[in-house]
Ligand binder design. Structure first.
Ligand code: F6R
Length: 610
């Protein structure tokens, strides 16, 4: 969604530059408009507009603004189209208060009507603007900025991370949080607030991850936090954490885009996932929970849903324990069947996706226990789950998920291997073999990348001209096909659909004509390689141009127009061996089309609305 940043500072000269840098780090969360507000010598300056951050900098010169205190926002539009007026920060009628907001105010319509009746004049179409007018309204009544701020926050329904500054209290940034992420970075001499860790790392590794319904303010030397409902101050010392990510990890490190950097970081990401699992106290507990479960559900959104589907197919096949996958936003279709003793595995890279969070809450209400699988420690979904496992893949900034998908599927595979041994579904020698293969997964992804680089680059020239594609597979390859189709759809804007290969003849094949591109994902399962042969023939007979991601010595190689062969130690490692070529294909196709793969249109990295 949107990214917000706040600085309560003493180096007046650098304020604009640091706000701009913070917004650059948060740009992956939204990039249709941006703006800043700064306080300088008792005056409030607001500058904002529609467009990409670097273009806005040329036009509006954020970096030239100086002052002691400032807030900034980079937007992914929800209410109100991207425009100069709808960009944040928003100000009240008199220009005393400036607010940035990430989230959605559900009751903004009724609040807006009430405020208009009381004489407020709205400049934008956003839901967020009601917040600043509410503060103005209550300040008129109460004459105290902090009390007015808190009363305004209490009137809001929905999700929010809010920052507010005012010349009435020049050295403070006021904040409030519910359901949207907000972090305070702590330094002796100043404080920084941001939606996410990468924007804080330029300043400090010491952070407080704020909890829902916390409000307060920071000054350069002090933090005040209280619970909104009780008004009691929070002793935040027990909430201070040291972030292990380095600033290098959160920057491009010589690569032209975050996406390609993160694709090539996958071996390292997997090493870190493995190291994390080895030292995890929670991991064996989760295995035990799964053994005792009445029924297991697994959910996620987008790429994380593909990891969920992978887990379900692998669980049914390897352990014989039925697992039910569902897309997080569809939880209503499943929740009525949930009972005590059920388990929900909730997968989310960011740990903040609202659809997943909603599913977690609903399943908990029905008595399920929830296991979170996330990449971001102490994010909302782990916090609301009973137990959490972390992928530890490092920060993922590219909007398209890459390394975190491999890390998720590795973690989930490991869980299943332990579960399968525990329940006797596999022998201890099979268990040993599988663990060895999982340990070697960093090398596997390295080889897969090496082998696919050239073909992916060459074929991207062909695919860049295409409007539609199919990605076909069976069984454990199907979530990988879906992931490949999602990647090329979201960053190269090619309409791509993934189907079970057997299903393709029941309708989708009608679209296939001369040179129609069809990508086959063929994992190492003898029956699967055999039955896919017929599907390749069916497509070729209609003129399709086929590419296969296949295992060494696969019997389908000779049938395909183009081939990328990868090593396949076991079908369970299919995501590790077969996904990297699909990521490269999508990346290079986007580049050929002159698109920015890190900032695909209409998307945001973290989706904190339903
Ligand atoms: C696809 C992509 C999205 C996310 C989805 C869930 O490349 O990035 O589809 O996978 O929004 O996000 P998380 O995993 O953070 O819950």
């Amino acid at each position: 969604m949107c990214g917000i940043i706040g600085l309560c500072f003493n180096k007046t000269e650098e304020l604009g530059k640091l706000l701009y840098k913070g917004l650059q780090r948060l740009e992956y969360r939204g990039y249709d408009s941006a703006g800043i507000a700064v306080l300088n010598s008792g005056r409030l300056f607001v500058v904002k507009g529609k467009g990409m951050l670097r273009d806005l900098e040329e036009r509006l010169k954020f970096t030239e603004y100086t002052g002691s205190t400032g807030i900034g926002h980079t937007r992914w539009a929800t209410h109100g189209a991207p425009s100069d007026i709808n960009a944040h920060p928003h100000v009240d009628c008199k220009g005393f208060f400036a607010v940035v907001h990430n989230g959605i105010i559900e009751n903004f319509d009724e609040l807006k009507k009430w405020l208009i009746n009381r004489g407020h004049i709205f400049a934008s179409e956003t839901d967020s603007e009601v917040i600043v007018h509410l503060i103005e309204e209550y300040y008129r009544e109460l004459g105290d900025v902090y009390e007015a701020f808190k009363r305004a926050i209490r009137s809001l329904k929905g999700a929010f991370a809010i920052l507010m500054i005012t010349p009435l209290e020049e050295n403070k940034v006021f904040f409030a949080k519910k359901d949207s992420p907000l972090i305070i970075g702590l330094r002796e001499d100043y404080k920084v607030l941001a939606s996410d860790i990468p924007a804080i790392l330029d300043h400090t590794c010491s952070v407080i991850v704020l909890r829902d319904y916390w409000v307060g303010y920071v000054t350069p030397s002090r933090v005040h936090i209280e619970d909104l409902a009780s008004g009691k101050p929070i002793d935040y010392s027990t909430y201070i954490r040291l972030i292990e990510w380095s600033i290098e990890e959160a920057s491009k490190g010589g690569y032209p885009h975050f996406m390609i950097k993160e694709i090539y970081e996958q071996p390292l990401a997997l090493i870190n996932t493995i190291t994390g699992l080895r030292s995890s106290r929670e991991f064996p507990l989760v295995v035990k929970m799964l053994v005792d479960a009445r029924r297991v559900y697994v959910t996620g959104a987008g790429t994380s849903y593909h990891a969920a589907e992978f887990y379900a197919i692998a669980s049914n096949t390897l352990t014989g324990l039925l697992t039910i996958p569902f897309i997080a936003s569809e939880y209503e279709a499943y929740v009525n069947a949930v009972r005590d003793g059920d388990i929900l595995i909730a997968i989310s890279q960011s740990g903040e996706t609202m659809d997943v969070l909603k599913a977690v809450r609903m399943f908990k209400e029905r008595g399920a226990r929830v296991v979170a699988v996330s990449n971001v420690v102490e994010s909302a979904i782990p916090r609301e789950s009973h137990i959490s496992l972390y992928t530890r893949a490092g920060p993922e900034i590219g909007v398209a998920a890459t390394k975190t998908f491999l890390a998720q599927t590795l973690l989930l595979s490991w869980l299943l291997v332990e579960l399968a041994e525990y329940t006797g579904a596999i022998s201890s020698s099979e268990h040993r073999e599988l663990v060895k293969s999982l340990e070697e997964s960093p090398r596997l992804v390295e080889v897969s990348l090496e082998r696919s680089e050239k073909t992916a680059y060459e074929l991207s020239e062909v695919y860049a001209e295409k409007k539609s594609m199919y990605y076909l597979s069976r069984h454990i390859g199907l979530p990988i096909a879906k992931e490949g189709a999602l990647k090329i759809k979201e960053i190269a804007y090619i309409h791509a659909e993934a189907y079970p290969a057997g299903e393709s003849k029941h309708g989708p094949i009608a679209l296939v004509e001369s040179a129609f591109p069809v990508v086959f994902i063929v994992p190492k399962l003898v029956w699967l390689e055999h039955s896919t042969k017929g599907n390749i023939e069916e497509m070729k007979a209609r003129g399709a141009k086929t590419l296969g991601i296949v295992c060494d010595e696969s019997p389908v190689v000779s049938l395909l127009d183009h081939v990328i062969t990868v090593p396949c130690p076991h079908w369970l490692l299919t995501p590790i061996s077969h996904t990297p070529p699909l990521q490269l294909l999508a990346y290079y196709t986007a580049i050929r089309k002159g698109l920015d793969p890190d900032r695909p249109r209409n998307l945001a990295k973290t989706v904190t609305v339903e």
